[in-house]
Design a protein around this ligand. Structure first.
Ligand code: NAD
Ligand code: ZN
Length: 355
């Protein structure tokens, strides 16, 4: 399997029809699910691209939220697909943030027992992470992403210029995953981030294009080696075991996912330094980089108790676990998977880092 996401600046109208024409079998119809938040940045180029095809197409707009990343909303969306005449030979395209691509991908995995799909991510998190790797899902009331499938998109096409309309907080959240990718597998990505000024990064031009490409490359390389997450793909969870617990405890208003990941990266760095696996200078360098990227370095508010953090860390998709894996950073671009950690020890690490 080779993943080859296409990144560029303002090229969707041109590249989209080309990529669709390159499919092994031409689609009978194309239906795009467009994130309302991405409308300003993407609607016109999407429409222009679709109009260049010799096949009927339709754009369905929807407003994403974690609450609406649900089975009920999936049912409504698939009914709109039926209305748009999408059949088994059709192509579904998810255009938007991670919620939209996750939801569209899952719709594609199940619609008429599976149709082809493509992703056009329009958030930094989507381009760097969510749209790459074929994991698709919706949420259940009991938890996030509990119902899903591995369903690879036919292609991933991202216009980095579309990030210019992204809200500041969504931008920094994406940066959490970008820094994570650098720490996992790309020292040059970390250097590039350090060298670029905030306005350069925020301008969503050539610097950001290079950064998004390098970030996606880290994920692609790992997913190609381990598509079903049996081994190395776990590296992508760097910062997430700690981060998820803090995210749940604080709630999404106080701590959005990417911000929680940044705090989780800090815990992992602290733990690695305490165990003599990483140098204190590397930890300090990364903390400065978090601040440069608009990411938090302190837990907002009062930390939950160790018992509560232990419970949150041990809960893996509703199943209490007595031991979990933790990923520890060794040096720029290099991490190690350490299995068999007691959730309480990780909770104590969060207390040491932010208590
Ligand atoms: N499948 C995977 O491997 C994977 C990996 C990581 C995260 N995810 C999922 O991704 C989701 C989070 O994705 P996200 O951070 O992109 O959030 P999101 O999809 O909620 O998008 C964030 C906000 O940005 C808006 N938006 C989208 N594009 C825009 C643009 N160009 N300009 C302005 N606003 C825009 C959206 O409408 C939304 O309000 C979560 O549900 C998570 O579970 C999936
Ligand atoms: Zn994440």
């Amino acid at each position: 399997m080779t993943l080859n996401p296409v990144f560029g600046l303002g090229m969707v109208a041109k590249r989209l029809p080309k990529l669709i024409r390159q499919l092994e079998t031409p689609p009978t119809r194309v239906v795009a699910v467009l994130d309302r938040g991405a409308k300003t940045a993407m609607h016109n180029s999407l429409l222009a691209g679709l109009q260049m095809l010799n096949v009927e197409s339709k754009i369905l707009t929807w407003s994403p939220s974690e609450k609406r990343k649900s089975l009920a909303e999936l049912e409504k969306l698939t009914q709109r697909m039926i209305g748009a005449g999408l059949d088994r030979g059709g192509l579904l395209i998810g255009v938007g943030g991670g919620i939209t691509t996750d939801m569209t991908g899952f719709a594609a995995a199940t619609y008429m027992r599976g149709v082809r799909w493509a992703a056009l991510p329009t958030t930094l998190l989507g381009m760097a992470d969510a749209a790459i790797g074929g994991k698709t899902a919706v949420n259940l009331p009991q938890g996030k992403n509990l119902l899903g499938a591995f369903h690879m998109p036919q292609f991933v096409l991202a216009d980095v210029a579309s990030l210019s309309t992204l809200a500041e907080r969504d931008w920094s959240c994406g940066m959490g995953e970008v820094v994570k990718a650098g720490m996992i597998g790309s020292p040059s990505l970390l250097r590039r981030l350090e060298k670029a000024s905030r306005p350069q990064l925020r301008s969503c031009g050539a610097d950001m294009l290079a950064i998004v490409r390098a970030t996606a490359k880290v994920k692609c390389t790992i997913v190609e080696e381990d598509p079903l997450e049996h081994g190395r793909r776990k590296l992508l969870n760097l910062g997430h075991t700690f981060g998820h617990a803090m995210e749940t405890a604080a709630g999404p208003r106080r701590l959005a996912h990417g911000e929680a990941v940044a705090l989780g990266l800090q815990c992992a760095l602290d733990m690695a330094v305490d165990q003599g696996l990483a140098k204190a200078t590397y930890r300090q360098r990364m903390l400065e980089l978090f601040e440069h990227c608009g990411l938090p370095v302190k837990y907002p508010g009062k930390l939950p108790t160790t018992a509560e953090l232990t419970r949150l860390i041990g809960r893996d998709k509703k199943k209490a676990k007595s031991s979990v894996d933790v990923i520890l950073p060794l040096q720029a671009g290099e991490c190690v998977i350490v299995p068999g950690q007691a959730p309480r020890d990780l909770a104590l690490q969060i207390q040491r880092s932010f208590g």
